[in-house]
Design a protein around this ligand. Structure first.
Ligand code: C5P
Length: 288
């Protein structure tokens, strides 16, 4: 059996710099992938099947199979590579859905990677990225699965080789927030593209990273907060935890993150937030 972690995608900052004629928005964002995510398993089989379990399974089971990004990824890969075999795919859904953590995209990316291995395919990485982009704007970066700078609609990817180590706490107030609603609430208020001299450089210190991030923002935070006011409480809870270096919303929300210097500080913050807000989803892990 092949097992893949579909890690959450966290936008440490996010500028929306414009909108294309097709309605997609141009972005500028530093993303990381903590060791927190969904788990996918792949076994040989003649048919293509997907079984979903885990704490968030009920949300996905309401979708028809052809709307599930894992099945769409599997079908797209089969078509591109001319594969006749099937696979028995298992998905343990841990991440909240419609939460600004790219969970569906991470699952699709893990499906492309896991099935390529299961079927012994030798597609170029660039071909996998191309297939991924047909499934969603975030799928290519989830195929990289490590710290990246994104531009374009998220498909222009620069991998940051050496990010200083840090730990993250993720929280979600339990309210699903579809991405298109947040972009609509942004109302075409765009930021200037990032000044490269002020952005984080690969190989810098943790202090330099936090300084660069503090000078930046998530442009979707205010429109998302207008739809889900609890986001402010998430950021406040994280920000008051001892040792929190930065607290902000990820992606289009409503999930928020806090950054910490040590595993102990992150674990203590996660425990404190969970105690204060037992109904919230809270997780902590190392950033890779
Ligand atoms: O590509 P994906 O299906 O993940 O995007 C979901 C929705 O988010 C799009 O239909 C679009 O409304 C919005 N989006 C956007 N600009 C991006 C990414 C997503 O407007 N760069």
């Amino acid at each position: 059996m092949i097992t893949c972690l579909a890690a959450a995608k966290v936008n440490l900052d996010l500028r929306v710099t414009g909108r294309r004629p097709d309605g997609y928005h141009e972005l500028d964002s530093l993303v990381v992938f903590p060791a927190i995510g969904d788990l996918l398993t792949f076994e040989p089989a003649s048919d293509l099947t997907l079984e979903i379990d885990g704490p968030r399974a009920d949300v996905l089971e309401e979708l028809s199979p052809e709307d599930n990004l894992v099945m769409r990824a599997a079908e797209a890969l089969r078509a591109a590579a001319g594969v006749a075999q099937g696979a028995r795919i298992g998905l343990t859904k841990n991440l909240p859905v419609a939460a600004g953590l790219g969970g569906g995209s991470a699952d699709a990316a893990a499906a492309l990677t896991g099935l390529s291995r299961l079927w012994g395919l030798t597609l170029d990485h660039s071909e996998l990225l191309r297939i991924g982009l047909t499934l969603g704007a975030d799928v290519p970066v989830c195929l990289k699965g490590s710290a990246c700078y994104l531009t374009g609609i998220g498909e222009a990817i620069e991998v940051l080789e050496k990010l200083p180590p840090f730990w993250i706490v993720l929280v979600n107030p339990g309210i699903a927030l579809p991405t298109p609603r947040v972009f609509a609430a942004l109302d075409d208020r765009f930021s200037a593209a990032r000044d490269p001299s002020k952005s984080y450089k690969s190989g810098g210190s943790r202090e330099a990273l936090i300084a660069a991030l503090s000078a930046s923002d998530n442009d979707l935070e205010a429109p998302a907060m207008s739809l889900v006011p609890q986001i402010a409480a998430c950021i406040e809870e994280l920000g008051r935890a001892p040792g929190c270096l930065l607290a902000r919303m990820s992606g289009s929300g409503a999930s928020c993150f806090g950054l910490f210097k040590t595993a102990e500080a992150a674990a203590a913050a996660a425990a404190a937030v969970q105690t204060a807000e037992p109904a919230w989803w809270v997780a902590d892990g190392k950033v890779t």
